[in-house]
Structure formats: C-alpha cells, structure tokens
Write a protein that binds this ligand. Sequence first.
Ligand code: ZN
Ligand code: ZN
Length: 215
Amino acid sequence: MHSVRSKYMFCIVCGRTATKGTFCDACFLKHHPLFSLEDFIIYACGDCGAYHEGAAAKRTDIDDVLRTAIEKHLKEGNNVAIRFSITKRQGTTLFVTVTGTGFLSGLRKTETHAIKVRLKKRTCERCIRIAGGYYEAVIQLRGNEPEKMLHKLEGSLPKGARIERIQGGYNVKFVAKNEAERAIKGLKQYTIKRSFKLVGEKKGKSLIRNFYSVR
Ligand SMILES: [Zn+2]
Ligand SMILES: [Zn+2]
C-alpha cells in the first residue's frame, strides 16, 4: 500500500484519488483557470458614433465590437468558446458576463468571469482623416453626361466623400479606396480608366492614390 508514489495517490486538497498530478479531477479544475480576462476600454467616436478600439475598426454594433475585443483580451484561453452578455449599464460602464467553455488537460470546463468595459469618447481614425481633408481615391466624372453620373453616385456616397465641380465635370474624393471601389460599381455602363499616383510616404510606406476616370 505505501509505495514511493503514495504521496501522490491522494488529492492534496480533498483526499480523493489523485488523477492529475497531486489533484483529483475536480480539484485540478478548481485550481486551474481556463482563461483570464481583464477590464478594458472601448472607444466611441463622437463624430460618427462608431465603436472602435483606437485604430481601424469602425462598427456601430456594440456586440460585434465587444466580441472582437473580448477575444483579443482573452489570456491563456486557447480554443475557448465564448458567450457573453451585458448585464448592466451604468453611465459609461458596461458590466459584462463572459462564459467560456474549453478543455484543460483533457477535462472539459466552463468558467464565468465578470468584467467591466469602459466606454470612452475618442474620434475614430476615419473621422480624423475626414477632418484633415485626407483622401485615397478620386472618381473623375467626365464626358458628355457628368451630371447623370453624379446623380447615379449620390445616393450611395459614404460619409466624408467630397464632390468638387470642375471644368468638364466633377471630382468625387473618397477617404478610403474600398469606398471608391464600391461606388464605381454603380457606373459600370461607362468607360472606366484606372490609374495610380504616388502622393507621398508615411512611415516608410508609399501612399498611393487611386484615380478612376469615367467617360
Ligand atoms: Zn480533490
Ligand atoms: Zn468616427
């Protein structure tokens, strides 16, 4: 009975048969967290209302933003399936309950953490760009019917797009290339010529502006 392994035979916490080192299954799970998660901040843009985490994300659905943020802030939580709900909102603080299910040394565990998410006002990257007059793409409406082209575009222009009347037509400037790319699809019946221009450099990366000449 009293072999060399005897001190490992019983769980050091509850005295049941040890199965995971010095613990039984239940005590092993109790003593090893499945994941950890700290409170964090989500920013809300005062200009456009988008929630973001400082840089690129520009969504308006708080659940979407929360999910991405929770997954990003999750620690030691490999392959943990997450569910969450906002249990209370107090001023700019969200009380969020996060439940994760996953495996620890082959044992299934479900764990619930309560965190606080602070909402802070901060202008999003896109609105900063709009305010600074920045643009990545220009659709140049030319030819015989630039007004008709403009009319086709107008209904679907994103916030921040600027229309300039020039001799022989219009220039429509877009903050982001993908927005121009989306808009140009509405002018498929015309001849579209694409070109690029190097307009500068930022942090070692070339800034290239896209041009779409439409006739
Ligand atoms: Zn035990
Ligand atoms: Zn914004």
